[in-house]
Every structure is written in C-alpha cells, then in structure tokens.
Design a protein around this ligand. Structure first.
Ligand code: NAP
Length: 236
C-alpha cells in the first residue's frame, strides 16, 4: 500500500478457523486492519490473539445467519473508523454431505441457505452503501465448484444449491455496483484441509485463501461478476 492509500479495512466472516483464518493472516500481513468475525465471541478472541503480532486484527462477533447481521456489520464498521474496503463472505456450513437430491431435507436446505446465501447477501447489502461512499470496495463470495451448473452432481443438495445461489447473488451484486468501483466476485478455494474439507484434501488453508485474498485486493479496473479458482476464471 502506498502512503497515499488509506488504511484499508477488511472483514472476514468465519475468520476464526480454516480458510477464513488463513485469509485474516494474509490480509494482516498486507497491512490491512482485519475485522476477524466469528459467531462465537471467545473463538474469535482466541483466533485474533494468534495474529495480533502481524498487525491490527480485531475480533468481532457476527453470526451471519442472524436476521440482524447487516445491522451488526454497520455497527461494527461505525465503531471501527467507518471504513470497509473488503468483505470476504467466507462463513458457510455443509450439513448434508450424505444426502442426495431425491431425499433432500427441507430443514437442511433452509438452514444452509440462511447461512451460505442469505448471510452473504445481508452483509453485502450493509457493506455496499459504505463502499459506495468511499468509492472503493471489494466483495468476495467464497463459493465452491460444487455449485457449478457445469458438472453438477446429486450429492450434498443443500450445499450445492446454496453455492449456485451464492454465485447468482455475486452476478446480481456486480450488476448493481458496476459503476461504483466495487468489484464483486465468487471463487472456489479448491479442496482444502479444514474441518469442512477433511484431512485428505490437497491444499493447505493458506493455499485455499490465496484466490479469496487476491480478489479482495484487486486493483481498480479488475474483474467483477466472475467466478475464479487458482486466480483463473472458471465456468459457472
Ligand atoms: N474446505 C474446502 O475444501 C472447501 C472447498 C470449497 C469451498 N469451501 C468454502 O470455503 C469456505 C470456508 O470453508 P472452510 O473449509 O474453512 O470451513 P470450516 O473449516 O468448516 O470453517 C467454517 C467457518 O464458518 C463459520 N460459520 C459457520 N456458520 C456460521 C455463521 N452462521 N455465522 C458465522 N460464522 C459461521 C464457522 O464458525 P464456527 O467455528 O463457529 O463453526 C467457521 O469459522 C466456505 O464458504 C466453504 O463452503 C471450502
């Protein structure tokens, strides 16, 4: 960041572990003030403590599935200087790995969409007016290749539907912000060794955080309304 660049602020949901935590570490290393958001306050405090030697990493309590998550984001930003340069919608749940579309459970669908889709949309709705006022913003929706219409499978129906839906949210938000210097993109982090990805996964959390952080720090004029993996555009 140059001396003329304002001190950039990023908020990462589900920042207490996995890919979200690795993204917080990278952003702190790049000089961002990081709002490490977690739904459980103490998990967030402990995670932020591990990163504080890198820079300013502040724990904030934010359950993305709460109906008032947008209000919480606005309050948090107002209490921390009023800027929000990058929002990484990373928090998600995968609760129906063992189901197939023909026995999809509507309770699972509802819970999953609440967190993975509505949560991300709620936060983007709150973030965009702040970003518009600054004339700068980056929103990253951490999606999955499991949401790709090209090559769709029939397992994990709630999760797959949520990621397809999240990709649709991305394209709509990009259309709504095209002239605002706000870049909105989806990405797949790859198969990552986290609680969600499991021990056999091929990538470390740091590797998984590479594309989300790249998208969160794109230069002006960068892509918007795209879907990326390993910093390359992929099919929807
Ligand atoms: N790992 C992979 O191979 C892989 C592949 C493709 C896409 N992804 C995507 O990458 C992102 C991160 O995945 P991950 O592997 O790091 O998952 P993870 O290890 O399971 O971590 C999920 C994070 O989301 C948080 N979270 C869940 N529900 C929340 C809520 N309602 N409010 C706030 N936070 C909530 C969790 O908080 P708690 O600690 O409180 O539970 C945790 O911090 C997700 O969007 C996932 O779909 C992962």
């Amino acid at each position: 960041m140059s001396a003329a660049t304002p001190n950039r602020v990023a908020l990462v949901t589900g920042g207490n572990r996995g890919i979200g935590f690795a993204a917080c570490r990278k952003l702190a290393g790049l000089g961002y003030t990081v709002l490490l958001a977690s739904r459980d306050r103490m998990r967030g405090v402990r995670a932020a403590e591990q990163l504080q030697q890198l820079g300013s990493v502040l724990p904030v309590t934010l359950d993305v599935a709460a109906p008032d998550a947008g209000d919480t984001l606005r309050r948090v930003i107002a209490a921390n200087g009023g800027r929000l340069d990058a929002l990484i919608n990373n928090a998600a749940i995968l609760i129906d790995e063992n189901r197939r579309i023909l026995d999809a459970d509507f309770g699972d669908l509802q819970r999953t969409l609440e967190t993975n889709v509505y949560g991300s949309l709620r936060l983007a709705q709150a973030a965009i007016p702040i970003m518009r006022k600054q004339g700068y913003g980056r929103i990253v929706n951490v999606s999955s290749e499991m949401g790709q219409l090209a090559g769709m499978g029939d397992d994990s129906p709630a999760y797959r539907l949520s990621k397809t839906g999240l990709n649709s949210v991305t394209t709509m938000l990009a259309a709504a912000t095209r002239s605002d210097n706000i870049l909105v993109n989806s990405c797949c982090p790859g198969w990552v060794r986290t609680d969600m990805g499991g021990l056999q996964a091929s990538l470390t959390p740091e590797e998984g955080a590479d594309t989300p952080v790249w998208l969160a720090t794109l230069p002006d004029g960068g892509p918007t309304g795209g879907f990326f993996q390993s910093r390359r555009a992929i099919a929807w």
